[in-house]
Design a protein around this ligand. Structure first.
Ligand SMILES: NC(=O)c1ccc[n+]([C@@H]2O[C@H](COP(=O)([O-])OP(=O)(O)OC[C@H]3O[C@@H](n4cnc5c(N)ncnc54)[C@H](OP(=O)(O)O)[C@@H]3O)[C@@H](O)[C@H]2O)c1
Length: 248
């Protein structure tokens, strides 16, 4: 596994597994166990995904030591404000069945982000959280929190993929020593992502899939990625089209 070094010295895998839109706890647990089986050691969940328990169960059952994992969760905006935030951090620790979380992010830049971030800073100092940061904080909101917070965000998780490369936001994050992390590195499969001609041609040249080319492009650009799938085996382009039609 390749790693990046966060601004506090914590090592973060460049590739993790996202569990957004897997609300069924049994399916989420099975997907995380499959991900662990193929080698993932970083898992990205959130309070709002309603599946922290399933992630915790998979990690505690899988037989791999806790310290080999990098678990990220995110605080939902209803839990912002210092006191509610403190409770919600403890709640996430319980659901994830762990005594520390590797990375805790504020999910969105709304409501009392200042109080919520103070609670993250406190949890960080207590060792309950090894790194803290934000998500969906685009440059204006990001610069505000990064300039005035006691602990600079270690990570900002924003929508980043080949169709939306976030070059400007990435430059701003670099100035503050904050690592960019891509949500939806496959553009959520939208806009014909998995049949994109340019990605397919590059893939043919290197003997890789469209998914592999898209992730490698981001990783080589210094972006941490957290793709999601509920399927252990890669699917062919034709099967993918059928799967998408069924979803619509
Ligand atoms: N911070 C935020 O606000 C935020 C927002 C969105 C997402 N996220 C995080 O980022 C993670 C990734 O983003 P995402 O889940 O929205 O989108 P994504 O990873 O860009 O794309 C996921 C979609 O691609 C499909 N897929 C995955 N691999 C495939 C392959 N090899 N061939 C064909 N289809 C494939 C999946 O379908 P199947 O599942 O059916 O395979 C799913 O529909 C999330 O799970 C979450 O952890 C964070």
């Amino acid at each position: 596994m390749e790693y990046v070094l966060l601004n506090n010295g914590v090592k973060m895998p460049v590739l993790g597994f996202g569990v957004f839109q897997i609300p069924d706890l049994a399916e989420c647990e099975r997907s995380v166990l499959d991900a662990i089986d193929v080698g993932y050691r970083a898992i990205d969940t959130a309070q709002s995904y309603m599946n922290e328990e399933a992630v915790g169960s998979a990690i505690s059952k899988c037989g791999v030591a806790r310290n080999e994992f990098f678990i990220t969760t995110k605080m939902w905006i209803n839990n912002y404000g210092y006191e509610k935030a403190v409770k919600s951090i403890n709640n996430s620790l319980t659901k994830l069945k762990t005594d520390y979380i590797d990375l805790f992010l504020l999910h969105q830049p709304f409501n009392d982000t200042y109080g919520a971030y103070r609670a993250l800073e406190e949890a960080y100092k207590q060792g309950k959280v090894k790194a803290i940061g934000v998500s969906n904080f685009y440059p204006d909101r990001f610069v505000d929190i990064a300039s005035f917070a006691e602990i600079k965000p270690q990570v900002n998780q924003i929508e980043t993929h080949v169709f939306q490369q976030q070059k400007k936001a990435h430059e701003v994050l670099k100035k503050y020593g904050t690592q960019i992390e891509a949500w939806a590195p496959f553009a959520e499969g939208k806009n014909e992502f998995f049949t994109n001609t340019v990605l397919r041609e590059i893939g043919a040249k290197y003997g890789k899939s469209i998914a592999q080319i898209a992730l490698r492009f981001l990783i080589q650009s210094g972006v941490v990625v957290i793709p999601k799938t509920t399927h252990k085996k890669p699917v062919t382009a034709m099967k993918f089209q059928i799967r998408r039609k069924k979803k619509v």
